[in-house]
Design a protein around this ligand. Sequence first.
Ligand code: NAD
Length: 273
Amino acid sequence: MATSEGWDMPTGDLMKGKKGLIMGVANSSSIAWGIASQLAAQGAELAFTYLGEGLERRVRPLAESVGAKLLIQADVTDDASMDAAFAELEKEFGTIDFVVHSVAFANKDELKGSFVDNTTRDSFLLAMNISAFSFVDVAKRSARLMPNGGSMITLTYLGSERVIPNYNTMGVAKAALEAATRYIARDLGPKNIRVNAISAGAMRTLSLAGISGGRGLHSKSAQFSLIKEETSMEGVAGAALWLCSDLGRSTTGEVVHVDAGFHAVGLPDDMEG
Ligand code: NAD
């Protein structure tokens, strides 16, 4: 199935009979949308959450294009909104088989310059709340709807492990997110719920635009990667399909890098100067 992004999406039945929740579509460039499209192309039944009425007009046509009937407003910082969203999900779907958490936020002022000078308590806590704690909360709520086991994935970035210019607070939040992934995986493993993170390379989305020098980060990542290309939506969505389907049955507590090999590079080839 050809998509608007131009990749040839493999269709099939890998997700047939599986229902799940997609959190984090803001527009057609969102990683969550690439993943949702691929899961739908393999037969998954999807529900979507979106943040705020402003985004509904963008997300609704996308959700409808993959036959989703359930589109719910949810702000991960607001317990009442999360209670209402999961109540509606339970009412419509009963149980679910997977959840995709593709949500993050940090104030733009913190995504530039000196981490030590620019980081304030309030902005640090906001980034941690939306980008790390929210996965713990979503996991707790989703696990209740997974009596037969299931799969949870979140999205992270290499800035958790390595110093990436300007990534700052978000790098610290991603480190917490990855640690949370392992702890959640321990707790939910006995319930046959697998919990993993995909560490995607830099991709052109709204989130990347919020990071100072995001364009350079994107182009340099491709230039210095092992495969010498930018991270593809196809690759990230393919990893999500593997982890959300039964193909991923023995994998949990893992951070899977899907970044054209950028994470493995110590120094770039070009060391002149
Ligand atoms: P995006 O801006 O399309 O998605 C981020 C989503 O987070 C948006 O849909 C936004 O509405 C949602 N969000 C923010 N605050 C929220 C809140 N309070 N409640 C509910 N939702 C909220 O950008 P993206 O690049 O697709 O980001 C998705 C995930 O992928 C993020 O976790 C991001 O850190 C991660 N990631 C992105 C890249 C990249 O280069 N774009 C690389 C690795 C990881």
